[in-house]
Design a protein around this ligand. Structure first.
Ligand code: CA
Length: 99
């Protein structure tokens, strides 16, 4: 939706219904048009979790496996199309799953 069109009428016992007018236009008796502003607002959160603690020290260290979880959110007021997420792991990372 890119705009809202609205029109009312006024009438009395003495006159027929008269349509409301958009005062911003020169056309008499036309609907009032209000343009709407909308856009998607995208964000991507990425969290890391220790998936396999190879050396058992309880913290990420060389030789362990990390799991990354990515959450992509559209908090805007319109749909986003053609959305892609691009993240190329380095040689020190192993991907388990991205969602
Ligand atoms: Ca570790």
């Amino acid at each position: 939706m890119t705009q809202i069109n609205n029109q009312g009428t006024v009438s009395s016992d003495q006159v027929p219904p008269i349509p409301s007018d958009d005062p911003k236009t020169p056309t008499p008796g036309d609907p009032t048009v209000t343009p709407l502003t909308s856009a998607p607002v995208l964000s991507a959160d990425k969290a890391a979790k220790l998936q396999v603690d190879a050396d058992g020290n309880g913290v990420p260290s060389p030789g362990d496996t990390l799991r990354y979880t990515t959450t992509i959110i559209n908090s805007g007021n319109s749909a986003a199309t053609g959305v892609t997420f691009n993240d190329i792991p380095t040689q020190t990372r192993r991907w388990w799953r991205a969602r």
